[in-house]
Design a protein around this ligand. Structure first.
Ligand SMILES: Cc1cc2nc3c(=O)[nH]c(=O)nc-3n(C[C@H](O)[C@H](O)[C@H](O)COP(=O)(O)O)c2cc1C
Length: 345
């Protein structure tokens, strides 16, 4: 129904407006009791789908990627579409508007999106208020820095977000790979990245001892545009800093092989969806093989079919996430992936 009835109508309107409209609609439907209906349609529950990674029990390995529910407003309702985990954020210490609109573009001929949102979010404290509600699903907290914060002060921004979210999320994601915050991706270089992750690890230990709880898993989200040498550095950094894993990947700055109109291709920002699929899978395979499967990987980028998800898992991913595929294929995609996993288990 989504692909043939709802999507053609939604795609007539501005993508960002549609996003907020969908949020309102899902919230309303939840209020009038649709949660059970959505769950009965989309949720696949089976022991064979369960995964235990970095000390967390996931009901299934299909998650919603960061940037969809940036302000943690809809995580419970979104979990009704069958997701095993929802990643909120990217959050920054202070609220910020992000880049001027228009900043989100559909490349329909490529089943892709270009976005230059620029970490628009209501700030970490507003998200904390939202997260005080009961959680029906595993929540990842994706953290970043404010645009006005220079890179040499970035550690403080990440630490503020980490401290604020510590009691409210199940795992953390350190986002240094968005192409839409000027200079952010320089934090992926070996020295600043090691410093940042060491600081967050130390903060993790400190908070866990103080609160007498377990430490939270910390994952790093990387860009698909890193070179092999940079990826080898990432493997060393994971080993040195002892973070729990990697999310590969964020959006790409490449525009290779697109069919869409040249003017659309030239929009600045990160490209996601089908054209990103092979590169993100390649990054997953490289990290998995070169590290000898030393750490868990969450695979994300261009998953539009169950086969795309299986390909990522076969390349070395332990869990997968969706974003653009969820827009193009609708919630049925989550169910299709879980069903395909059951068929081959
Ligand atoms: C509109 C939009 C906003 C996004 N915002 C974020 C974000 O705030 N933080 C982040 O780590 N990734 C963000 N992403 C990247 C996605 O989480 C994902 O890594 C990427 O889109 C590749 O997956 P996909 O091809 O399934 O979309 C965003 C993606 C899109 C399309």
């Amino acid at each position: 129904m989504y692909k043939y009835l709802l999507r053609p109508v939604l795609f007539l309107f501005d993508p960002e407006k549609v996003h907020y409209f969908i949020f309102g609609a899902v919230k309303f439907l939840d209020k009038i009791g649709f949660s059970k209906i959505f769950k009965s349609i989309y949720l696949v529950e089976d022991k064979r789908l369960e995964r235990n990674l970095f000390g967390i029990d996931f009901k299934n390995p299909v998650g919603l990627a960061a940037g969809f529910d940036k302000n943690a407003k809809l995580y419970n309702q979104l979990s009704d579409f069958g997701f095993g985990f929802i990643e909120i954020g990217t959050l920054t210490p202070k609220p910020q508007d992000g880049n001027p609109k228009k900043r989100l573009f559909r490349l329909k001929d490529d089943k892709a999106i270009i976005n230059r949102m620029g970490f628009n979010n209501l700030g970490v404290l507003e998200a904390v208020e939202q997260l005080k509600k009961e959680h029906r699903v595993i929540i990842g907290g994706n953290i970043g820095k404010n645009k006005i914060t220079p890179n040499d002060k970035a550690i403080l921004d990440y630490t503020i977000c980490f401290d604020s979210l510590f009691d409210h999320v199940d795992y953390f994601v350190v986002n240094v790979s968005s192409p839409n915050t000027p200079g952010l991706r320089e934090l992926q270089d070996k020295e600043p990245l090691t410093k940042l992750l060491n600081k967050l690890k130390a903060q993790n230990t400190k908070l866990a001892i103080k609160k007498n709880v377990k430490e939270k898993p910390i994952l790093l989200k990387i860009a698909p545009d890193l070179t092999d040498d940079q990826l080898l550095d990432i493997i060393t950094i994971v080993a040195d800093t002892k973070i729990e894993g990697i999310i590969a990947s964020n959006t790409t700055i490449s525009r290779e092989g697109l069919k869409s109109h040249q003017l659309l291709q030239e929009e600045k920002g990160g490209l996601s969806g089908a054209p990103l699929k092979n590169r993100s899978t390649e990054v997953i395979r490289f990290l998995s093989e070169k590290s000898n499967k030393a750490f868990p990987i969450i695979g994300v980028g261009g998953i539009n079919t169950a086969e795309d998800a299986l390909e990522k898992l076969d390349a070395g991913a332990d869990l997968v996430q969706l974003w653009t595929g969820f827009i193009y294929e609708g919630p049925a995609l989550v169910k299709k992936i879980n069903k395909a996993l059951l068929e081959r288990s």
